[in-house]
Structures are given as structure tokens and as C-alpha cells.
Design a protein. Structure first.
Length: 277
């Protein structure tokens, strides 16, 4: 009973935050109350940003790295966000919330074409062509969609000395994410050693074999090539990166055929002056 009560409280708390955010944007003049009914998109005056690919991205997005809400309550939170008018949902491998997000979006009854859905590759164990394709296919399935509007590298995989991502799923994935971050902090340059330390993570033997002759940067390049292939197949609309400095972004630009057109950076309103990276 207490778990149900806690889930209900969490759900109500997030609803209040969403509603407060909406009110704030109306007060500062960035939203229009004209279409305030359920399931109608927020009329943001600068509602869309035109990306270099020509694709329109809603300016106001909903981040799904929600670690203080139970997985059981999260679909209702996503559904409420849809009803409040959110159409841009940002996901990631490390958030562990894509299944719940997919359920909420599906239950909304809103056509897929009205949503802008992004996700990210967060973990070094998903580098390499086979591992990257397996991950993206799984993410597509979990999100109940045939394509992603934007796909990002969550951290600068080309830079072995700097690859820190947001904390992972608060459940069973946490130890896995922590192990991977420790490997990165040791400036690991080859993946065989990394795979050895992660022997309990269930990495397919084919992926380990693929990496025996690849440095981390080579595996990252192969990963990007596979993402480019998935762009050609229509499973990804455009590519980008996250948490990259200008120099790290240039590293990607030098080898990429399909150029990254977004660099997602963190600005924390609760810690003024804080920026990542």
C-alpha cells in the first residue's frame, strides 16, 4: 500500500512541476494560452528551431532522465506531459526510462509525426558497429517507434580522457555505469581491457572479438559509421553529440560523413553558473 501511495505522490509531484513550468513560460511570454486544452501542443512563440538538416525541432523539450519517479509511475508522467502539450522528448541509454516513455507516448493517442523523439548512446560497451546497431534497434523497440528524430553520443567517446555522462538507471544498471566511468577515468585507450573488466555485463562474444583489433577511438568511428548507415535506412533522421567541448566536436567532424548538427549541453537552473562540459 505504501508503494502505491509513494508512486501516486511522485506522479502528482511531477504533474505539479510540469504545470508550474507551463505557467512560468506563459508568464514570461514564451507560451500562448490559446490552445490550452488537453492533448493540444503548447503554442510556443518560437516553437521550433530549424536544424541544419532542415528538420524542425520543438524548442521546449521534456527530459526523461527522471530518477526520482518509479518506473511504474513514469508512463503516467509522460502521458501528462503529452496532455500539457510537450512534443519533444529526450531519452538516453543511461536513463533506463525508454520503455516507460514509449508506453506513455503510445497511450497518448497522438500521431508519431507530431513528436520529436531523441535518444543517446551512453556507454563504451555499445561502441562498434554490431553493438551500436543492436542498441539502437532495442531503443526503437522500447520507444514504440520506427525512427528517431535525433540520435546523440552522450559523451565524447573520441576523447579517452574525458567521457563522463549523467548517472544511470537507479536500479540494476547503476553499478554497470559506474564501472564504465571508472574505466574511462583511467584513460583506457583499448577496448579489450575494458571488456575484460566488464566480463559480467553480458557483452556478446562477437562484440568482444570485433574490438580486439580496435582502439577506443576506432570503435567510436565504427559506431558513428553504423549510425550513418541507419540514417541512410531512415531509422535515424539526424545525428548529434552531447557534452562535447569545441575541440572534442572537431574530432568528430574530421571523420564524420554525416555531420553532427546538435551539441546538447547542460545548463543547471538550480546551480547558476554551472555548465557541462
Amino acid at each position: 500500500a505504501w508503494r502505491r501511495a509513494l508512486a501516486f505522490w511522485q506522479q502528482q509531484a511531477v504533474k505539479e512541476v510540469l504545470s508550474a513550468a507551463r505557467t512560468f513560460f506563459i508568464e514570461i511570454g514564451h507560451l500562448d494560452e490559446t490552445d490550452a486544452g488537453p492533448c493540444r501542443p503548447l503554442s510556443v512563440k518560437t516553437s521550433e528551431l530549424r536544424l541544419a538538416s532542415g528538420q524542425a525541432m520543438p524548442v521546449l523539450g521534456f527530459g526523461t532522465g527522471i530518477f526520482h519517479v518509479s518506473r511504474a509511475a513514469l508512463p503516467e508522467v509522460i502521458l501528462e506531459a503529452c496532455h500539457l502539450g510537450y512534443r519533444h522528448f529526450d531519452c538516453a541509454q543511461n536513463y533506463g526510462t525508454e520503455t516507460a516513455v514509449g508506453e506513455g507516448l503510445s497511450r497518448s493517442g497522438i500521431p508519431r509525426k507530431e513528436f520529436f523523439v531523441s535518444s543517446k548512446l551512453s556507454r563504451p560497451s555499445s561502441l562498434g558497429r554490431e553493438a551500436t546497431r543492436r542498441l539502437v534497434e532495442e531503443q526503437l523497440q522500447n520507444l514504440h517507434t520506427e525512427y528517431l528524430d535525433l540520435y546523440l553520443w552522450h559523451c565524447p567517446f573520441m576523447d579517452s580522457s574525458s567521457c563522463k555522462v549523467s548517472r544511470g538507471d537507479s536500479s540494476s544498471n547503476t553499478s554497470t555505469c559506474n564501472k564504465e566511468r571508472k574505466n574511462i577515468s583511467l584513460k583506457t585507450t583499448s577496448l579489450p581491457a575494458m571488456a575484460g573488466r566488464q566480463s559480467g555485463l553480458g557483452i556478446p562474444s562477437s562484440d568482444v572479438a570485433e574490438r580486439k583489433t580496435l582502439s577506443r577511438s576506432d570503435a567510436a568511428k565504427q559506431s558513428w559509421r553504423e549510425l550513418e548507415q541507419m540514417v541512410d535506412e531512415g531509422k535515424i533522421r539526424c545525428l548529434g553529440v552531447s557534452n562535447h567541448t569545441p575541440g572534442q566536436l572537431d574530432q568528430v567532424r574530421r571523420f564524420a560523413h554525416v555531420q553532427p548538427i546538435v551539441n546538447q549541453l547542460k545548463y543547471d537552473v538550480f546551480r547558476p553558473g554551472y555548465q557541462h562540459p
